[in-house]
Write a protein that binds this ligand. Structure first.
Ligand code: PNS
Length: 214
């Protein structure tokens, strides 16, 4: 009988309980499930590719038919290289549907042999996203019920570093220090209340969280 290989692609920055729920469901249906982390140099991530890979490798150890990999370029090309027949994606709410449908149809246009299969995570995770987890952690909220303990620990450490960094003078010569210097600040970062200070701090937080300007 033909072996069905499925790719579960994503950014996984960081992996959440919702991702793990989907991995478990996928591992029960497909013969082999490849959790594929997108290598995207254009998108700032909170965790490096290596960190995300190591976290996912540790978290998926209970499932022998699951492996973790990284990819770059078109998902369909990667899937063909892996001899996969299926792309697995999670749909949480109707709001996910439009974007997911567009991606699935574009992938079908590019590679008609590849089928996208949508699965729903457990209801308890239907509001969960990596972006919100990062925001909650950044603002000091408790994420222990949203991510596995391994990820919660790493998030805590990373947020401490991000916060410490945002109160340290910038390295001389950095873009931020140069902008601040242009504004005439002695320490390269200025003080609260000075023109541009809040915008600079917000830009740092966005960079650290891998989010875009709203
Ligand atoms: O976890 P995410 O960020 O929602 O995952 C998005 C991902 C990685 C599945 C998507 O961005 C992707 O497949 N990127 C690879 C590039 C590609 O194939 N683009 C065309 C998709 S229609």
């Amino acid at each position: 009988m033909r072996k069905i290989v499925a790719i579960y692609p994503g950014s996984f920055d960081p992996p959440t309980n919702g991702h793990l729920d989907l991995i478990e469901r996928g591992s029960q249906i497909f013969d082999e499930l490849v959790v594929a982390i997108l290598r995207n140099p254009e998108k700032e991530a909170l965790f490096t590719l290596g960190e995300r890979r190591r976290m996912l490798e540790a978290l998926t150890r209970p499932w022998p038919n699951v492996r973790v990999d990284t990819f770059t370029g078109l998902l369909v090309d990667y899937a063909v290289g892996q001899k996969a027949q299926v792309v697995l994606r999670g749909i949480r709410a109707i709001s996910d549907y439009e974007y997911e449908l567009q991606m699935a149809l574009m992938n079908r246009k590019l590679q008609p042999q590849l089928e996208t299969v949508f699965m729903m995570p457990a209801e308890a995770y239907s509001y969960l996203s990596s972006r919100l987890v990062k925001e909650v952690a950044h603002l000091g909220g408790d994420v222990r019920e949203l991510v596995p303990p391994l990820v919660a620990g790493q998030l805590k450490q990373r947020m401490r570093r991000v916060q410490a960094a945002s109160f340290r003078p910038s390295a001389p010569g950095s873009g931020e220090a140069m902008n601040s210097a242009r504004r005439g600040r002695a320490d390269g970062r200025g003080r609260p209340g000075q023109r541009g200070w809040r915008a600079d701090r917000r830009a740092e937080a966005r960079q650290a969280l891998g989010t875009k300007k709203k």
